[in-house]
Design a protein around this ligand. Structure first.
Ligand SMILES: Cc1cc2nc3c(=O)[nH]c(=O)nc-3n(C[C@H](O)[C@H](O)[C@H](O)COP(=O)(O)O)c2cc1C
Length: 196
């Protein structure tokens, strides 16, 4: 793997599950680019980079809603279900998962360490992805446990899943390479329902 990419891996976040819904379609995916995005406790905010080629991307852009979930360090199956397949390949990625509706109408996962319900307040085009900034509008804590960090994920991923993960990552990186150069600074956050 590219040596610089390996250094940059130290800057990845815990492994979180992102959920969203728009126009009758709900979905979830996995991300390791989540950040606390506000230092002000009374204005809680988070951010996350979502690749433009992910099905979830356009759902978040349309609805302006996403759920961000901290996972326990044993929640491997959830990561495979949401992170190693796309909604373009399966009809309902939530099949078998307990899902509840948040106050905004965003679907949220029940069996997690913590669920943050977020409303997008700004977005930045990064070429290959969009950085969504969200106000946290509700928080619910679930069963206690250790957090699924990226370090834990990479160290303990079983070999068969590692092979799938690395193949899918390389394929996504190939598709995103040209897009990554093409940043449109004017493409900010027009508000929910407005696809660029
Ligand atoms: C550990 C891990 C971390 C990931 N991090 C991100 C990320 O930060 N941003 C992103 O857009 N995709 C990320 N992905 C990839 C998406 O979860 C994956 O492409 C998913 O299949 C997208 O689903 P969708 O097309 O149904 O939206 C990650 C996947 C895994 C397994």
């Amino acid at each position: 793997m590219d040596p610089l990419y390996l250094v940059l891996r130290h800057l990845t976040s815990p492994v979180v599950a992102i959920t969203t819904a728009a126009e009758g379609r709900r979905n979830g995916m996995i991300a390791n680019s989540a950040q606390r995005a506000s230092l002000v406790p009374s204005v809680p905010r988070v951010s996350v980079y979502i690749s433009k080629i992910n099905f979830s991307h356009d759902l978040i852009y349309r609805s302006g809603l996403f759920g961000m979930h901290l996972l326990r360090s044993d929640q491997w199956d959830l990561i495979w279900q949401l992170g190693l397949q796309s909604a373009r390949e399966v009809p309902d990625k939530f099949e078998g998962l307990q899902v509840r509706m948040g106050i905004t109408g965003c679907p949220l996962l029940v069996d997690v360490l913590a669920a943050l319900e977020c409303r997008v307040v700004n977005a930045m085009d990064t070429g290959a992805s969009t950085l969504f900034l969200g106000d946290v509008v509700s928080v619910e804590k679930g069963q206690e446990g250790a957090v699924m960090t990226s370090e834990h994920f990479r160290a303990h991923m079983p070999p068969d899943k590692r092979a799938i993960y690395e193949t899918r990552l390389a394929a996504a990186q190939g598709k995103l390479e040209d897009m990554a150069h093409d940043i449109n600074p004017a493409r900010g956050w027009p508000g929910a329902q407005a696809m660029p």
